[in-house]
Design a protein around this ligand. Structure first.
Ligand code: PEP
Ligand code: MG
Length: 564
């Protein structure tokens, strides 16, 4: 379904080729490719003759110095505090005398600079792994430092997000959350990755930053540095051999479209005036500065405050972070989601044991079973920020599965004076018991990213299973319908805050199913607003009926295109 296709018989240089992947963040961009270098390959080991060892040692020491300096420069530029902290720590490790002493010993024994660095890093890595727990999680840092220093010793480009000094289209095999956090939005025009899926955190962060992105595009492996490409984040296409004039025209059009959409505003409504709140998904107060108008925050992902931290942020730091969001709020609603740790959002300070099946393990609200206290502090901080800012936040827990969990969470939140308590519906068991959950709670918010993964048993990061993660899957829509109907019966709000809410056509279906709010990354809001404004509520209901009747996502989409 999502295979890469190459159009045109002749693919010699100068011929335009179209590579196809999955468009996961809308928008168009054009510019030169800059590839993210992968880890360097070590050459075969060789013994350095004694007379050459002093020069080899200078190479190794220079490589470590350059690595430390590069990491510290990245830290200085990192926008997110969590990314800054991890990069600063890595820079210190690269400059650590213990590491350089061991590298020196290895060179003294006849190893090349690259092998001496590799062996020293492997030694320290083993030592960290032997300690276990939280310390062992730092082993990945040493891999990163080692790869950078080996590349420097071999005269190869350093792995990590490149910095060519001009705007570029970033092409990579895949991006880690830390890579994505160090992206400079003034320089990166678009993202293209060979791997990744529609609900991966790379995709979510790209949308949050308004960066056009195409993932699951295996032929991107053949793109070369400097090649001019045009990226279409809606169609999921990357076109090569784009001329300078055309690239400039694409950039002008994209800027014009962005301005037009940014200028649109007003509350979400169907053509006949049925209100549907359009809300923002954010990770911090900085995400409220996008300039897109919205009616509040439908999903405040608080774990971004905790990501890559060596220690849990304390009560005061949390109060300040929540207050910053409450005070900068557009509209009158904010829904705070309590910490959603585990699986694709590992939080080192929790020192959770490795699991064979982390997506089915201790994650989300379940962390409270094994690390009690973290959730209590967070709820204390949310309640304190509510009091000091005068804002009344709605608070929900991720990964709620049973009525007992919902009841326990509601008790904890209400004990602190939080009046509007809800749950995310991300597990089919919760959707099937929506009536009973709503007897305990004030609202539900459907997380379609995880609900897709658990409904179709397909890892949300799995590029090759992207068709199963398609939010138009009729089985997923049926679960959403269950929740929305339960909300209507109880007279309580049921929103959608997964990325499905940002698909303008699907948004109409969701409203037809009875969903009362749609929450998404800021750049998605204007197109959803336009789509709802073009349909009556009855047309949305008709669209929902056809989508539920469809056999597969393609038929569901076709049925809606016929309707309008
Ligand atoms: C979801 O699962 O749909 C969701 C919104 O949560 P996250 O993407 O943060 O897991
Ligand atoms: Mg989720």
């Amino acid at each position: 379904m999502h295979e890469t296709t190459v159009t045109g018989e002749n693919t010699s240089p100068g011929e335009s080729r179209t590579l196809r992947g999955l468009g996961v963040s809308p928008g168009a961009a054009a510019g030169p490719v800059c590839r993210m270098a992968g880890p360097p390959r070590l050459p075969d080991p060789a013994t350095v003759p004694p007379d050459d060892r002093a020069a080899e040692l200078r190479t190794a020491e220079r490589a470590l110095r350059e690595t430390s300096a590069a990491l510290s420069a990245l830290a200085a530029k990192a926008a997110e505090p969590a990314a800054r902290e991890i990069l600063e720590a890595q820079s210190l490790i690269a400059a650590d005398p213990g590491l350089s002493d061991m590298v020196g010993d290895n060179v003294g024994a006849g190893m090349t600079a690259a092998h001496a660095i590799a062996a020293a890093c492997a030694h320290h890595r083993e030592a960290l792994l032997a300690v276990g727990g939280y310390i062992a999680e730092r082993a990945a840092d040493l891999d990163d430092i080692g790869n950078r220093a080996i590349a420097a010793a071999l005269g190869l480009p350093m792995p990590g997000v490149p910095d060519p000094g001009h705007p570029f289209v970033l092409v990579a095999e895949d991006l880690s959350p830390a890579d994505t956090a160090t992206l400079d939005p003034a320089m990166v025009l678009a993202l293209v990755t060979e791997k990744g899926g529609p609900t991966s955190h790379t995709a979510i962060l790209a949308r949050a930053r308004g960066l056009p992105a195409v993932v699951a595009c295996p032929d991107a492996a053949a793109l070369e540095d400097g090649e001019m490409v045009a990226v279409d984040g809606v169609l999921g296409e990357v076109r090569t051999a784009v001329g300078e004039d055309e690239a400039a025209a694409i950039r002008r059009r994209a800027a014009g479209e962005r301005e037009r959409l940014q200028a649109s505003g007003g509350p979400g409504r169907t053509a006949d005036g049925h209100p549907v709140k359009l809300l923002l998904n954010i990770g911090s107060a900085a995400d409220l500065e996008s300039g897109f108008s919205a009616e509040g925050v439908g999903l405040f992902r608080t774990e971004f405050l905790f990501l890559d931290r060596r220690e849990a942020p304390g009560l005061d730091e949390q109060v300040a972070a929540y207050e910053a969001v409450f005070r900068a709020l557009p509209g009158d609603r904010v829904i705070v989601r309590t910490l959603d740790a585990g699986t694709d959002k590992p939080l080192p300070f929790l020192t959770l044991p490795d699991e064979i099946n982390p997506a089915l393990g201790i994650r989300g609200l379940r962390v409270d079973r094994v690390r009690p206290g973290v959730l209590d502090t967070q709820l204390d901080a949310i309640a304190a920020a509510a009091r000091s800012s005068g804002v009344r936040p709605w608070v929900m827990a991720p990964m709620v599965t049973t009525v007992a969990e919902a009841t326990a969470f509601a008790r904890m939140a209400r004990a602190r004076g939080i009046t509007d308590v809800g749950a995310m519906v991300e597990v089919p068991a919760a959707a099937l018991r929506a009536d009973r959950l709503l007897a305990e709670l004030d609202f539900l918010s459907i997380g379609t990213n995880d609900l897709s993964q658990y409904t179709c048993a397909a890892d949300r990061q799995h590029g090759e299973l992207a068709d199963l993660l398609d939010p138009w899957q009729p089985a997923l829509l049926r679960l959403i319908a269950e929740c929305a109907a339960a909300g209507e019966r109880a007279g309580k709000p049921v929103g959608v805050c997964g990325e499905a809410a940002a698909d303008p056509l699907l948004a109409a279906v969701l409203v037809g199913l009875g969903v009362t709010s749609l929450s998404m990354s800021a750049p998605g809001i204007p197109a959803v607003r336009e789509s709802l404004a073009g349909r009556t509520l009855e047309e949305c209901r008709e669209a929902a009926r056809s989508a539920l009747e469809a056999d597969d996502p393609a038929e569901a989409r076709r049925s809606l295109r016929g309707d309008h």
